[in-house]
Design a binder for this molecule. Structure first.
Ligand SMILES: NC(=O)c1ccc[n+]([C@@H]2O[C@H](COP(=O)([O-])OP(=O)(O)OC[C@H]3O[C@@H](n4cnc5c(N)ncnc54)[C@H](O)[C@@H]3O)[C@@H](O)[C@H]2O)c1
Length: 280
């Protein structure tokens, strides 16, 4: 299986399972805690700046940025840009993530409210057609548009392939799309994932993701007959914790062990799992 393939197929696994068309047990590693926190949050927090710098050399201080989606990827992007002094707006459909954005100090807006003024637009929703031609028509000259979320579906790039617009390839992964009045927008990686296309991804994060995937395969392979049916499962919490514990020595980090008395008080096994399966 392609190393990153689960990013694309994970929502479809549930659809297949619901339709009774899944013919093998499947492990949804994308939603395991270690994968989500490290690949989605921390990896994107590092690589959003790298991807934008390498392609555009943009200065972040004071730039107005709108980030669509405040899930793990969006949170990482927003944190990095805020730390660089950008003015960050967030769009969300989910009131809980929206409230998180507000509490983290971001202005929650509709895309149409800020589209004329922003310098950078970043999609992180896992959805499709989040930025459409109408939005692209209203962007200001020089606006940078890129995607950190799902595949190449979030920005309706096909809508820019019309006769009145001119495409100019500035360098690899960077296109200027030019309107008849001379306005240009800077489209990165033709709407594909910016960091995977244009920057490096930290190997430490990849190690965490690869370990999660390997353990999921081992678990499916070794599981006794009947433990897993033709359905979608999350990695058992204990394995998720194991993935994290394997990476702690890198930081010379010293984990506290529960005393017998504390383990009894919390009703936990001293060796984990330390959190219920639903804990994120
Ligand atoms: N670039 C990378 O390296 C990388 C890494 C991991 C995941 N991903 C991809 O990024 C996407 C997001 O991942 P995530 O972990 O943040 O998912 P998530 O589900 O935690 O976050 C997505 C958020 O977008 C919101 N959303 C959905 N449609 C929206 C819309 N039209 N407008 C505004 N908000 C909307 C959802 O409510 C949700 O809060 C996924 O497709 C994932 O596969 C990319």
């Amino acid at each position: 299986m392609n190393f990153r393939a689960e990013l694309v197929i994970e929502p479809q696994l549930y659809q297949l399972s619901k339709a009774g068309k899944l013919c093998v047990p499947a492990m949804n590693v994308n939603d395991s805690v270690t994968k989500q926190k490290f690949d989605n949050l921390y990896c994107c927090r590092e690589s959003i700046l790298d991807g934008l710098k390498r392609t555009t050399d943009v200065m972040f201080g004071g730039k107005q940025v709108v980030v669509c989606g405040y899930g793990e990827v969006g949170k990482g992007c927003c944190a990095a840009l805020k730390a660089m002094g950008s003015i960050v707006y967030v769009t969300e459909i989910d009131p809980i993530c929206a409230l998180q954005a507000c509490m983290d100090g971001f202005r929650l807006v509709k895309l149409t409210e800020v589209i004329r003024q922003v310098d950078i637009v970043i999609t992180c929703t896992g959805n499709k057609n989040v930025v459409v031609r109408e939005n692209l028509d209203r962007m200001k000259n020089g606006c940078i548009v890129c995607n950190m979320g799902h595949s190449n579906t979030e920005i309706d790039v096909a809508s820019l392939r019309t006769p009145e617009l001119t495409w100019e390839r500035v360098r690899s992964q960077v296109d200027h799309v030019i309107w008849p009045d001379g306005k240009r927008i800077v489209l990165l990686a033709e709407g594909r994932l910016l960091n995977l296309s244009c920057s490096t991804v930290p190997t430490f994060v990849l190690s965490i993701t690869a370990t999660t995937q390997a353990l999921a395969l081992i678990e499916l392979y070794n599981a006794p007959e009947g433990r897993y049916k033709q359905d979608v499962y999350l990695l058992p919490k204990k394995m998720d914790e194991y993935v994290a514990s394997l990476h702690l020595p890198t930081f010379d980090a010293h984990l506290t062990e529960l005393s017998d008395e504390q383990a009894k008080y919390l009703g936990l096994n001293k060796n984990g799992p330390f959190k219920p399966n639903y804990y994120r």
